[in-house]
Design a protein around this ligand. Structure first.
Ligand code: F6R
Length: 369
């Protein structure tokens, strides 16, 4: 069942090109027109939505954070992301013009289920992004968009995460199509970029040895920091979570711009810092900003490990280690930049002799509140 891999986790990391491809399959035609069969909410109703709230926990909530950037950019609908267990207890503003998008691999996470029930009672429309056919959350939602990652056995989520991000892109493009926020040609171009990502993920996987070697050399590390901006920020959070869960190493992810507001005080000689660098071809001055963040931590002694786009030579002089990912657009980059961080955590945990499929204290689906 592990297809010759030493763990389900490694198998599932390597399944990711297929997980993303399967999630994209059959959802658009050659003109780039999306038809989401399981989207059982009346298109007229979706046109009147004036707010989206994404509800999820853990890794799935990080997929939601990526979704916020894409959906707001493409659809111009205000989008919040909230942890399911916080949402329900704060008297949130939800009505019939609110679209709730829940994200859950298992479809059984009690906190998320209760949050969805609460939102429905307030009249909101609910869409479930889920990896488990027929599970409770999709059954209790108005519509479902299944991720087709295949069963995820390892407790820590990997392929489901990339499939969730993919599904939220499809949802964002569908809403943009319906509401006329993007031209059909633009949607077609983005779908074409998406269709290229499975092969690019495979390229990242083919370079796994480089990141595994680094992980082996860091087996005695006590704390690791992860920095990112824009969609790289949730990727940094996910990189830190994987390391905590699998290798039991203290790790924290930060929005790189937040450094000078406190966390930079943590940096001392030799502190490992991963930095997720956006494409230099992207909008705004995002790339330059992140490069200056790398310089800031390095000037204080950090050991910098940089994930950057192929051809971005500007980061080399600031980094102890550089891992290149294939070119893609700013918004789609998380499908690629996450992968080296998963490989790193898995390899480091394996080097320490831990069971990566069954980390201590964790359960695959959290069916208690
Ligand atoms: C982390 C992880 C968890 C889950 C979270 C939500 O690797 O697996 O953080 O993402 O418990 O689970 P689902 O998506 O099943 O609702």
């Amino acid at each position: 069942e592990k297809d010759g891999y030493p763990s389900f986790m490694e198998k599932e990391i390597n399944d990711q090109p297929d997980a993303v491809a399967a999630t994209l399959l059959g959802r658009s035609d050659l003109e780039g027109k999306l038809t989401l069969d399981e989207m059982r909410i009346d298109p007229q109703v979706l046109k009147t939505i004036n707010k989206i709230i994404v509800l999820a926990c853990g890794t799935s909530a990080y997929a939601g954070q990526v979704a916020k950037y894409a959906i707001e950019h493409w659809c111009r609908i205000p989008t919040e992301v909230e942890l399911s267990h916080e949402f329900r207890y704060r008297d949130p503003i939800v009505d019939e013009n609110t679209l709730i998008v829940s994200i859950s691999q298992s479809g059984e996470t009690m906190d998320t289920l209760m949050a969805v029930r609460y939102a429905r009672e307030q009249g909101a429309k609910t869409i479930s992004i889920c990896n488990t056919n027929g599970s409770t959350i999709p059954r209790e939602s108005d519509a479902v968009l299944y991720t087709h990652a295949g069963p995820e056995i390892a407790v820590a989520s990997t392929k489901a995460f990339l499939a969730q991000i993919t599904a939220t892109y499809l949802l964002g493009l569908y809403l943009a199509q319906l509401r006329g926020n993007l031209f059909q040609g633009q949607i077609k171009d983005i779908l074409a970029d998406l269709a290229k990502t499975p092969a690019k993920i495979a390229q990242v996987l083919a370079n796994a040895a480089q990141i595994k070697d680094l992980a082996l050399s860091m087996a005695n590390t006590r704390t690791v920091l992860f920095l990112g901006r824009h969609v790289g920020y949730p990727v940094a959070l996910e990189g830190a979570l994987k390391l905590k869960e699998l290798a039991y190493i203290h790790a924290e992810g930060f929005a790189a711009g937040e450094l000078k507001h406190g966390p930079i005080a943590l940096i001392e000689e030799g502190q490992p810092v991963f930095v997720v660098v956006p494409s230099p071809r992207g909008r705004d001055s995002l790339h330059a900003k992140v490069v200056s963040n790398i310089q800031e931590v390095r000037a204080r002694g950090a050991m910098t490990i940089v994930i950057a786009e192929e051809g971005d030579e500007s980061v080399r002089e600031h980094a102890e280690h550089v891992f290149y990912i294939p070119e893609t657009t700013t918004l789609l980059a998380p499908l690629l930049t996450t992968v080296p961080l998963q490989i790193f955590a898995c390899a480091l945990a394996t080097a320490k002799g831990y069971d990566v499929d069954q980390p201590r204290n964790l359960a695959k689906s959290v069916t208690v509140e």
